[in-house]
Design a protein around this ligand. Structure first.
Ligand SMILES: [Zn+2]
Length: 381
């Protein structure tokens, strides 16, 4: 064979090898699994779950399977027949793997002994071992006073309660308002239409069902929440759902800057924040690395039915749980682009991972929660 043909054959062979390599090289479709291999050793605290006391044993098994060694239960109830005692019992039985927040019943605000009630209740929460106080979105959007108005998040009659939480070292996990889209007209153009169609009562647009008044605007409730946080520098607030404003990461950054007593958690809002430019989100996250806590809003409805961030008319089956967690890890840990977010009903879009460095992941996953809630270090295996 002449030398030129040998060169020709060699070139063809190389070209064929390259083509074969491109065609058959295993593709990296294992983004989330890759991340788990890298960071599975970092322990996790979920600061926002919802469980009934009898669900704690089976939920604890689920959490452990996914690296969550401690979960803080926002459905802890209130003392003296309101569920807290049962939740404290469940906490003991779980060896502290699930710890309850407790709540106040704001409907008592017009009672003459309101201040005594607040004092008695919060002291009982603290002495029984509740981890903090949970404030539901009902404050601002659900508690109706005798004159028909809604009890505002910043109503001065509640000042004592929030100040006392600071004195008793009960951080306040506070959910105020709801997704901005819930305050705009529903219809095919509303980006949360699927959710609103499944749950018409989640809409805060137009007249309130129980009165002639309209719902307050999203901004009205948010401003009440901001004034509440500003009024109590001695009380730690955990702004639920990415500081109650996942649609505006710049506002979250502004508030974290302005209020040293505020931290935020990620519960049920990865779909929303995952839409923003990943580099910008990473910047905000790194700047406030000690102020953002991991939360999911994981909710158990029965042994086989779950609410993973949100749900439609049908609840989530158990088989979706690993997908739900993996989408979180993938968002925090990888630089993957355009992948499915954890809660499909929250919107028809994909998200981009923010690829946080290990030190920031450790703060997000457990160190910040340890500091805020004054928790012991994770168990070593
Ligand atoms: Zn929740």
């Amino acid at each position: 064979m002449p030398a030129s043909s040998k060169v020709g054959a060699a070139v063809i062979t190389v070209v064929l090898l390259v083509v074969a390599a491109v065609l058959f090289w295993p593709r990296d479709e294992s983004g989330p699994r890759l991340a788990r291999r890298t960071y599975a050793d970092i322990p996790r605290i979920d600061v926002h779950v919802h469980l009934d006391p009898e669900q704690v044993p089976s939920a604890t098994r689920i959490f452990r399977e996914h690296g969550v060694y401690l979960a803080l239960n926002a459905s802890g109830g209130h003392p003296d027949g309101g569920g807290l005692e049962e939740n404290i019992e469940a906490m003991r039985a779980s060896n502290g793997a699930v710890r309850p927040y407790c709540s106040l019943d704001w409907r008592n605000v017009e009672d003459p002994d309101w201040d005594d009630y607040v004092d008695r209740t919060l002291r009982s929460c603290a002495s029984q071992g509740a981890i903090g106080m949970k404030v539901y979105k009902g404050l601002g959007l659900g508690i109706t006073l005798s004159d028909g108005s809604l009890l505002a998040v910043d109503d001065p009659r509640l000042d004592r309660a929030f100040a006392l939480c600071g004195e008793l070292h009960l951080p306040v996990l506070i959910h105020s308002g709801d997704p901005q889209a819930f305050f705009t007209p529903d219809g095919p153009d509303n980006e949360r239409h699927e959710e609103l169609a499944a749950h018409p009562r989640w809409s805060f647009y137009g007249p309130r069902p129980d009165s002639n008044e309209s719902w307050p605007s999203w901004q009205t409730v948010f401003d009440q929440y901001e004034r509440r946080v500003a009024r109590h520098p001695g009380t730690t607030f955990v702004g639920a759902h990415f500081g109650n404003v996942p649609e505006e990461p710049e506002t979250v950054a502004r508030m974290l800057e302005a209020y040293p007593n505020l931290v935020v958690e990620t519960g049920a809002r990865i779909p929303e924040i995952g839409r923003f430019d990943a580099a910008r989100m990473r910047e905000i996250w790194t700047r406030f690395a000690d102020r953002i806590l991991f939360g999911t809003d994981f909710q158990m409805a029965s042994e086989d039915e779950f609410v993973l961030g949100s749900a439609g008319r049908e609840l989530d089956p158990r088989s979706r749980i690993p997908i739900f967690y993996e989408a979180h890890w993938r968002y925090f840990e990888t630089a993957d682009r355009g992948f499915a977010h954890p809660t499909p009903i929250q919107g028809d879009w994909t998200i981009d991972g923010i690829h946080l460095p290990r030190e920031v992941l450790e703060q997000l996953y457990y160190r910040n929660a340890m500091r805020v809630f004054d928790l012991p270090p994770p168990p070593t295996e």
